[in-house]
Design a protein around this ligand. Sequence first.
Ligand code: FAD
Length: 331
Amino acid sequence: MAVHSCLIVGAGLAGLVAARELQARGVQVTVLESNHEIGGRMATRHIDNAVFDVGAQYFTARDERFVRLVKQWIDAGVVIEWAQGFNTAKDGEVVQAGLGEARYRGVHGMSDIPSYLAQGLDVRLEQTVTRVDLRDNGWHVETQGGVHFSADALLLTPPIPQALALLDTGSYRLPEALRRELEAIGAGYAPCIAVLAILDAPSKIPEPGSLWLSGDPVAWIADNQQKGISPDACAITLHAGIDFSRRRYNDPPDTVARKMIDACSEWLGASVRSYHVHHWRYSIPETVYSQPCVYIPGKYPLVLAGEAYFGPRVEGASVSGLAAAERLLEE
Ligand SMILES: Cc1cc2nc3c(=O)[nH]c(=O)nc-3n(C[C@H](O)[C@H](O)[C@H](O)COP(=O)(O)OP(=O)(O)OC[C@H]3O[C@@H](n4cnc5c(N)ncnc54)[C@H](O)[C@@H]3O)c2cc1C
């Protein structure tokens, strides 16, 4: 049976890429997103006159399908190259990294990409899905506010633990072996603590405006002004390393932020005027599934997609979204 309608949970890259493909081929698509804005981990935040990329910082393009997508984004004026590589700092010294592969970014920040993808789609914001159920006449979904949606197909794109928890809310059960495999991947998600700091003068982070650090406490530091997305303020994004983020996830945010800022003082080189802390509970999965998506065929198919199925990156999430749409369209 052809799929005429599809509900997509999550307006991150995987959900939006899939939604566009499906809609372009005549499927009626509704995207439900719990947040008040689209993009998921492609998040750009404005604080006063400062602009920060909070989650994903840049991306590479290797898979042919993704290279084609990125070309469209570049042609549409949404994406540009940031650099050909980033340096690493060790013991206060900058070590040149291997150069040569384009690292891309959104023109005004990473959220440009989901904003572009969402154009013309039916995306419902602040719709946290709380129940999903397979009934005789298709998939039924309920949101926190009690709104009800139904469709022929259901595509879940939240991080695996959240997707599995959603599937537990109704009568549908995944095959046991698949469920166990996904639970194992879900248990390995790394958190990430991000600190967004506004400086009162330009930073000392060298060109092109970012550095890889040891990871304890800080793994990545980026100057969004040099990056080109925060013209009016020196806005620094600091990402803690995986182990530090795990150990300190529940510590008071101010204590953690001070520790991270102090560890980078030589690269900041100016006073911190203010800072904000963001906790990413599910940053990246440490292992990924063996296929670009999970596809459960049937009269009313179920698909699971996202970065945990192809590669824990912008590229992996996008290719997984494409694969999910392709499988549904094959029906
Ligand atoms: C700190 C950090 C740094 C990163 N750096 C990079 C980088 O530099 N380069 C790179 O390539 N990748 C990076 N990544 C990874 C990249 O951001 C992700 O792989 C990609 O954005 C994931 O997209 P997705 O669509 O799979 O998931 P998400 O973006 O997480 O989208 C899932 C969506 O589902 C929504 N959702 C969840 N539950 C529900 C519900 N019940 N109801 C409705 N909606 C729901 C969420 O709000 C979210 O919007 C980084 C990630 C983080 C967190």
